[in-house]
Write a protein that binds this ligand. Structure first.
Ligand code: OOB
Length: 562
């Protein structure tokens, strides 16, 4: 496939002979589960809809045949952007069966992001939910279509579509399998991409991450074992289903591979999560640290019987050790930390690790086939044991290149094929890694990554802005929120409200990327080579936030979640 960097032959052979790559497609592995666990419950939604393994398998096959019937061909790209409704899982599984590559967008994305993915990947289709929380996805899709004529098909789930669009609900009710044979579904090469994930973590414009059948299957099967999933597992997902964590680490596919049940919730609030844990006797809960803080601090926590909960799987941003320490005594379950990346690297703590490792580290590689180095980012040599450096990773589930990004690939990967993660870590004496920061220019807002450069480009388009720098400020709940330093143009005035209106209405970016604080300045501190010194800006805003917190008697606890 054009734009995809395969693993070199010798590595592919090594991964295959070690048994990491099993040369099956994701659909083949899923089909085995649909047959093996046919009568068991596979999926329950917060809205009360339930699907058995046989239902899920049959619906995915039916929709896959419809996709083929509509004219979608192997390796065509389809943007998948739905809230956590069952159709998101069905459409994902159907696309894989039809050999169509889903681009895993988030329902929070807007025209700027979706338009960018459509153009970069020359997507032929987009699958959305109908209006959701007051936003009209079909209207957005229509706007994206005007600039992307190749985006021919808009598929809509959860209601009646507008004229010219296709109804997923109607397709799921139409037994096309009576008219088309399964041999119409294409044979696929397990060495080629199955899915395009989004990178959040890189510098610059977002990238698409090609994950092959072989590498992504290994990813979820291995994660399912590390997290101890089995037929009795009930796993709660309230983060977006399209996220790598929710779909493959071990996520939906990990749960389905072992015969467990996924509870899919469209409400990420701590109370809704606790209610579902109690109602469905959830054993495994996938949560970003912000959600854990929300549950721990919730006044109604004791109302809910959460005794079924065995473990919280958490990653996406750093779990504060003080929060980690409260999990067992207050929520009654274990915690398994994961330092994960859509590019593939996955470091996990294990349930039988000493408490010190479980609480204070972000784990060690998921696979014995993984290699990592911790290097000085300037000299690119290994740091001394225990010192902080950049984490470089290579392995059977770690990509060798972003999709259609040759220039960036030359910088983001070493010649030997290590992915330069941009994360700063230190090796714990137990052989686990501890995240200490990052060198990539992004903000991690409660696990959602935002590229600074991407938002700065939008902010610079505002007529009152001469220059800007978008940086992270610390926040007790979200870990980080975005603050923008702005040098205004002469005689212009700008404030946070007018800037954010501009970003939403004119630039049409996702709301979670909006700066939450604006600081006007005359000039930026510069580094010795004359670049904006973002480290100094981060420090400035952190000090200011801390002073304000002290002045307010500690009451500014940032409990607002947007
Ligand atoms: C997950 O994946 P991405 O691609 O959205 O974000 C990756 C970045 C990492 O490079 C790191 O900067 C940060 O998110 N991160 C963490 C972390 N887990 C991810 N930082 C500190 N502590 C952690 N435990 O976020 C992701 C993918 C799969 C599973 C879980 C999370």
């Amino acid at each position: 496939m054009e734009g995809f960097t395969p693993w070199p032959m010798d590595f592919a052979e090594k991964y295959r002979s070690a048994g990491y790559w099993i040369d099956q497609t994701i659909s083949e592995v899923m089909d085995e589960s649909f047959a093996k666990y046919a009568s068991r419950t596979a999926l329950i939604t917060s809205g009360g809809r339930e699907f058995k393994y046989s239902d899920l398998g049959n619906l995915a096959t039916r929709l896959a045949l419809h996709l083929v019937n509509l004219g979608l061909r192997p390796y065509d790209r389809l943007i998948l952007q739905m809230p956590n409704i069952p159709e998101v899982a069905i459409t994902y599984l159907a696309a894989l069966k039809a050999g169509v590559i889903p681009i895993m967008a988030l329902f929070a994305h807007r025209e700027a992001e979706i338009g960018f993915f459509a153009e970069l990947a020359e997507a032929r289709a987009i699958a959305v939910g109908t209006a959701w929380r007051g936003f009209d996805y079909e209207e957005m899709a229509a706007n994206v279509q005007t600039k992307n004529p190749q985006l021919k098909m808009v598929l809509v789930a959860g209601g009646e579509p507008k004229k010219g669009n296709y109804s997923i609900d109607a397709m799921l009710q139409d037994p096309i399998e009576k008219r088309m044979g399964l041999n119409e579904l294409p044979r696929q090469d397990p060495n080629l991409p199955a899915v395009l994930l989004l990178s959040g973590g890189t510098t610059g414009i977002p990238k698409l991450i090609p994950r092959t059948h072989n590498d992504y299957t290994y990813n979820f099967l291995c994660n399912a074992d590390i997290c101890g999933l089995n037929e009795n597992t009930v796993s709660l997902v309230a983060i977006p289903q399209e996220h790598n964590f929710a779909v493959a680490c071990p996520g939906l596919k990990g749960v389905l591979s072992k015969g467990g049940c996924e509870i899919l919730s469209d409400n990420p609030s701590p109370e809704a999560m606790m209610e579902l844990i109690a109602k469905h006797h959830v054993t495994h809960c996938i949560a970003v640290p912000t959600m854990i803080v929300g549950m721990l601090n919730h006044p109604n926590r004791r109302k809910y019987d959460m005794s079924s909960l065995e473990v919280i799987l958490t990653g996406g941003s750093k779990l504060n050790p003080e929060v980690a320490l409260r999990i067992k005594p207050e929520l009654g379950c274990d915690v398994q930390q994961v330092l994960g990346m859509a590019e593939g690297p996955l470091y996990w703590t294990r349930r039988d690790d000493p408490l010190e490792v479980q609480l204070h580290t972000q784990g060690r590689p998921q696979s014995p086939g993984d290699e990592f180095r911790i290097v000085d980012p300037v000299t690119e040599t290994d740091v001394q044991q225990g010192e902080v450096g950049e984490l470089w990773c290579r392995g059977p589930h770690i990509i060798r290149g972003y999709y259609r990004a040759p220039d960036h690939n030359a910088k983001a990967f070493t010649e030997e094929g290590f992915y330069k993660s941009g994360d700063l870590v230190r090796l714990h004496h137990t052989g686990n890694v501890v995240v200490e920061g990052r060198i990539k220019d992004c903000i991690n807002r409660g696990g959602e990554k935002i590229s600074a450069e991407e938002v700065e480009d939008h902010i610079l388009a505002h007529p009152a802005v001469a220059n800007c720098a978008y940086v992270a400020m610390p926040d007790p709940l979200m870990g980080e929120r975005a603050c923008v330093y702005v040098i205004p143009r002469h005689d212009s005035s700008i404030n946070l409200k007018t800037l954010n209106e501009f970003l939403l209405q004119e630039r049409k970016i996702a709301k979670f990327k909006l700066p939450e604080r604006l600081e006007l300045v005359d000039a930026f501190p510069l580094t010795p080579v004359g670049k904006v010194n973002k480290k100094a800006l981060r420090q400035m805003i952190a000090e200011r936030v801390e002073l304000e917190r002290q002045a307010s008697g500690g009451k500014l606890d940032g409990t607002k979640i947007r």
